[in-house]
Design a protein around this ligand. Structure first.
Ligand SMILES: C[S@@+](CC[C@H](N)C(=O)[O-])C[C@H]1O[C@@H](n2cnc3c(N)ncnc32)[C@H](O)[C@@H]1O
Length: 341
């Protein structure tokens, strides 16, 4: 068995575990009790398939795990000195990347520095933070140290080529998680009416191709064209029908949609709270006009209390699931809505 530390979106560990087990049926997956965004995965044989998964960020092939009663920089140094990294023999350059979770009297930069010093002394190879042959990953999770080789250079959430980057784009892994929560079946219709750069539609198209009918739009016509271009450079244009649309008037474009998965603006630019409330209200009212009887809407929103309040007052939807995720230091909620029959 080979052991990996896999990173994913905090709050979507169950989705990552599900995808890992679908692809590696014999995998042993364990979550961390107190810490999110990480999984320990043991698999037999070839691990190349990890690179094709939609729910994970980084893949770290573990070399050594250790436990420190009281983690200090001195104790860490002693633990790292005992670790052999055979891959260093063939590398010309290396770097150390560290993350730290829990309460410690040092930072992850201190960990990176001490790791760099220890392995430089041991293997006499050049340190290069940008053009490295080997990325030694050393994380401390509470009292547990994990040292391994990070196999991913860029996070896998950057899997789509993007000629246009939206300032408020979500990670493709988060889009994947939302799509899984939508519980899509072949033949269904799917819509992201506030698509921005198209992340959610691209993710849906890469998963379902033409097994479902995918629509995407945005009030900003320029974004619609740019999202189409993003789909084109990823070879996904033929699977998505793009058109400009107002998400508060969906009934003008559609009679029935089975799954709506979207990421509305969080209100950073809409100055007044009242305007944002009005916008969410009109959007949800419009969703209620087009969502099919058995349909689902999966919506990510930072203004969770406001959004929940509107859903409850509107009395058209029930919240069948709600969870908090972490994304770039903020904590939006994913709401899964179904019609009250
Ligand atoms: C948070 S961004 C979506 C980002 C997208 N998920 C991505 O990954 O690029 C919200 C989008 O909603 C669009 N929008 C705002 N009001 C809208 C409306 N009434 N109808 C449709 N789109 C709207 C904005 O133009 C913006 O692109």
């Amino acid at each position: 068995m080979t052991k990996f530390l896999i990173t994913c979106d905090p709050g979507l560990e169950d989705i990552a575990e599900m995808e890992i087990k679908e692809n590696f049926p014999n995998a042993k997956v364990s979550k961390f009790f107190n810490f999110q965004g990480k999984l320990l995965v043991e698999i037999d044989g070839n691990y190349e398939k990890f690179f094709t998964l939609h729910s994970i960020h980084h893949i770290i092939k573990l070399k050594k795990e250790f436990y420190l009663e009281k983690p200090t920089i001195e104790e860490i140094k002693k633990a790292l000195e005992k670790i052999d990294i055979e891959e260093m023999e063939n590398a010309e350059t290396f770097r150390v990347t560290s993350q730290r979770y829990g309460n410690h009297e040092f930072t992850s930069i201190d960990m990176q520095k001490i790791g760099g010093e220890v392995f430089l002394e041991k293997y006499k190879k050049k340190v290069s933070l940008k053009n490295f042959d080997l990325n030694i990953r050393f994380d401390l999770i509470g009292n547990f140290g994990y040292v391994g080789i990070q196999l991913t250079k860029d996070s896998l959430y950057k899997r789509f080529k993007k000629v246009f980057h939206h300032t408020a784009a979500i990670k493709s892994t988060l889009a994947y998680g939302m799509i899984r929560l939508a519980n899509i079946k072949d033949g269904e219709s799917f819509l992201d009416p506030m698509c921005g750069s198209g992340t959610i539609a691209l993710e849906a198209a890469s998963l379902y191709k033409n097994r479902i009918k995918i629509f995407a739009g945005d009030i900003n016509e320029d974004y619609v064209e740019k999202a189409r271009e993003n789909a084109r450079v990823n070879g996904l244009e033929e699977f998505i029908e793009f058109k400009p649309m107002d998400a508060t008037k969906l009934e003008e474009y559609f009679t029935s949609i089975d799954k709506i998965v979207t990421n509305p603006p969080y209100g950073v630019k809409i100055a007044k709270r009242k305007d944002l409330k009005g916008f969410y209200w009109k959007f949800l009212e419009s969703v209620s006009k087009v969502l099919s009887k058995e349909g689902r809407a999966v919506i990510i929103n930072l203004r969770a209390d406001m959004f929940r309040n509107i859903i409850l007052r509107l009395k058209t939807f029930k919240i069948v699931h709600e969870r908090v995720v972490e994304s770039g230091g903020i904590f939006p909620h994913i709401f899964v809505l179904e019609r009250i029959q």
